[in-house]
Design a protein around this ligand. Structure first.
Ligand code: C2E
Ligand code: MG
Ligand code: MG
Ligand code: MG
Length: 285
């Protein structure tokens, strides 16, 4: 008894509470999967020459009855650490494909995959099933992965990506420039799309960031990858990106991620934004 007491006193006050809260979070997340508390929001990706939305990225939200709406930045890392992400990933894949199968067929659907999902038993089988059940054309599907995916078992990961590609879908490198070994993996796997991380877009008044945007743009052109700039919030950023030859963008300037019920509204609002000059674009239509 005395022993247990002294051990507990080794922890600084507050650490015990933190550990309990983190256990509560995990158990709430497990319940949330059982109770369908997750919902997909969608954020437009726009194409400047078309002056329109070319597709949407699915971004998951947790509507918790006790915590309110929780951001994925908070719960995705937790679910990755304990494997719950595999179940969440199945929901995201199934629900996103089911919804996108009913959209106009020119719209693409982007889905984020976490490294832990690649360690699950049958990622390729799960994705194939979602495609078949929904009837979506796999060529409309973009899987987004980050550089951290390649930190371990890179050969197995590359093999899985090749298998996924055989299903007919496309693969994007997300948050490009924030991880490790990026250039090596670009040469080992033919990514279809590369997304410039928002940290480079945020401060384009810094010449270093413009240089990076320009370099990624050049990589994309040389390697046949579409380049998407993330986190575009202002007309100034749009103009600077366009000057660097960027044609595809995503960010709050066009729309925040919104629930599926707002999809038609987003299509109209973005079209109107181009027509009214709210997004001043000089590239030919
Ligand atoms: P991400 O895939 O890089 O998604 C882009 C994030 O940037 C989203 O945050 C989006 O809301 C935010 N964003 C978009 N435009 C702007 C902008 O103009 N300014 C700023 N400041 N932010 C912008 P969100 O929805 O909070 O998601 C955060 C991350 O959580 C995602 O980053 C992705 O890594 C992960 N995530 C989200 N949904 C899923 C999912 O279904 N599965 C997995 N595995 N990860 C997900
Ligand atoms: Mg993404
Ligand atoms: Mg990103
Ligand atoms: Mg990110």
């Amino acid at each position: 008894k005395a022993d247990t007491g002294s051990k507990l006193r080794l922890y600084a006050p507050g650490i015990r509470e933190e550990m309990e809260e983190s256990q509560r979070l995990v158990s709430d997340l497990r319940d949330a999967l059982d109770r369908d508390e997750f919902e997909l929001y969608f954020q437009p990706i726009v194409n400047l020459p078309q002056r329109a939305i070319s597709g949407f990225e699915a971004l998951v939200r947790w509507n918790s009855p006790t915590r309110g709406q929780v951001s994925p930045g908070l719960f995705i890392p937790v679910m990755e650490a304990n494997g719950l992400i595999v179940r969440l990933g199945r929901f995201v894949m199934r629900d996103a494909c089911r919804q996108a199968a009913r959209w106009p067929s020119n719209l693409s659907l982007s889905i984020n995959l976490s490294p832990a999902q690649f360690k699950s038993a049958d990622l390729v089988g799960d994705i194939r099933k979602s495609i078949e059940t929904s009837g979506i054309d796999p060529r409309r599907l973009q899987l987004e992965v980050t550089e951290s995916l390649f930190l371990d078992e890179a050969d197995a990961i590359l093999e899985t990506l090749v298998q996924l590609r055989r299903l007919g879908l496309l693969v994007s490198m997300d948050d490009f420039g924030t991880g490790y070994s990026s250039l090596g993996y670009l040469s080992r796997f033919p990514f279809d799309r590369i997304k410039i991380d928002q940290s480079f877009v945020r401060d384009m008044s810094r010449s270093e960031n413009i240089a990076i945007v320009r370099a990624v743009q050049g990589l994309g052109a040389a390697m046949g990858m579409t380049v998407v700039a993330e986190g575009v919030e202002t007309a100034e950023q749009l103009a600077m990106l366009e000057a660097e030859g960027c044609t595809d963008m995503q960010g709050f300037l066009f729309s925040r991620p919104r629930p599926a019920s707002d999809l038609a509204k987003m299509l109209v609002e973005v079209r109107n934004g181009f027509a009214s000059g709210a997004y001043a674009v000089s590239s030919p239509q």
